[in-house]
Design a protein around this ligand. Structure first.
Ligand SMILES: Nc1ncnc2c1ncn2[C@@H]1O[C@H](COP(=O)(O)OP(=O)(O)OP(=O)(O)O)[C@@H](O)[C@H]1O
Ligand SMILES: CC(C)(CO)[C@@H](O)C(=O)[O-]
Ligand code: BAL
Length: 279
């Protein structure tokens, strides 16, 4: 089984020992309910670092919706068993009181790239992510941090904060792992009913079709409207956004010469899905 630590003091002592021995540390921050997407990050870290720490912390500060926090899937024992198959050296799973002890008054807030899309739909979300990620980097003394492209905007927010705050860590963005039918793996997928799960792949297939149409010369607006229509026709109850953005700044972009990204969020069966693809 993967050893589990719960306090910052124990984690720090271990990490300091590794650093003193000249070993590099990779960290994979997660909220648990691990799936193949998370494991792909852990494997990449395993291949590139001497020591691998996976963190599991369902961070209350990044949940704008209390119901979402309450319903977030938790499965620590199964997670530890999965991590042992890679293996990770350590699972760090602190309590909220360990991460936010009494008297905690600080916040890391990223503007610009954190403001549109998820930032607009989930007020306060990225302050919570930026704060906890900064703390996890400090706690683990990691040389490299591994993040999934599934959360593309989150990855850009983390890159910005590491750059702006001169944090001594390299951020590695990893490809999105998908189910055979294209649905991006996500912990929240377990909340889908069988009917919702059957309709969910349309989210990715509609984005892919829309990106292909844009590449073939169709207007951005028309292609995006068709993607939204395909999702609604498949039974999605709400399309929150489908946007074509500059891949780095996440500002609106109609310049096909620069890397662009199509990003979307939509609700099926009471579950909020996000995804993104290059265009
Ligand atoms: N399908 C995936 N492929 C690659 N990386 C992923 C995938 N799903 C999640 N990740 C990455 O794993 C890390 C932890 O994510 P998290 O624990 O929030 O899982 P999640 O499946 O994204 O959960 P949810 O979608 O419910 O928030 C993040 O860096 C995230 O981008
Ligand atoms: C990066 C993260 C672990 C911070 O809580 C979370 O946002 C996630 O799981 O993507
Ligand atoms: N996977 C991003 C974290 C969140 O949805 O809160």
């Amino acid at each position: 089984m993967t050893p589990i630590l719960r306090t910052v003091a124990e984690l720090r002592a271990l990490a300091r020992g590794w650093k003193a021995a000249g070993e590099t540390i990779g960290v994979v921050p997660t909220m648990g309910a691990l799936h193949e997407g998370h494991l792909s990050l852990v494997r990449r870290a395993r291949a590139e670092c001497d020591r691998v720490i996976t963190t599991i912390f369902v961070n209350p500060m990044q949940f704008n919706n209390p119901e979402d926090l309450k319903k977030y899937p938790r499965s620590e024992e199964a997670d530890a068993a999965l991590l042992a198959t890679v293996p990770a050296d350590l699972l760090f799973a602190p309590t909220p009181a360990e991460v936010y002890p009494e008297g905690f008054v600080s916040k890391v807030s990223v503007s610009g790239v954190a403001e549109p899309l998820e930032g607009r739909m989930r007020p306060g979300h990225f302050d919570g992510v930026a704060t906890v990620v900064t703390k996890l980097f400090g706690m683990t003394l990691a040389d490299r941090g591994y993040f999934g492209q599934k959360d593309w905007q989150q990855l850009q927010v983390v890159l910005a904060l590491v750059r702006d705050l001169n944090l001594p860590i390299e951020i590695i963005g990893c490809e999105t792992v998908r189910e055979a039918d294209g649905l991006a793996m996500s912990s929240r997928n377990v909340r889908l009913t069988p009917e919702g799960r059957a309709k969910a792949p349309v989210f990715y297939s509609a984005l892919t079709a829309s990106a292909a149409d844009i590449r073939a010369g169709q207007s951005d607006r028309m292609a995006i409207r068709e993607a939204a229509e395909a999702m609604r026709n498949a039974g999605f109850e709400r399309v929150e956004y489908i946007e074509l953005r500059d891949a780095g700044t996440l500002m609106p972009s109609d310049d096909p010469a620069r890397p662009r990204r199509m990003l979307a969020a939509a609700w099926i069966d009471g579950v909020r899905l996000i995804d993104n693809i290059p265009v």
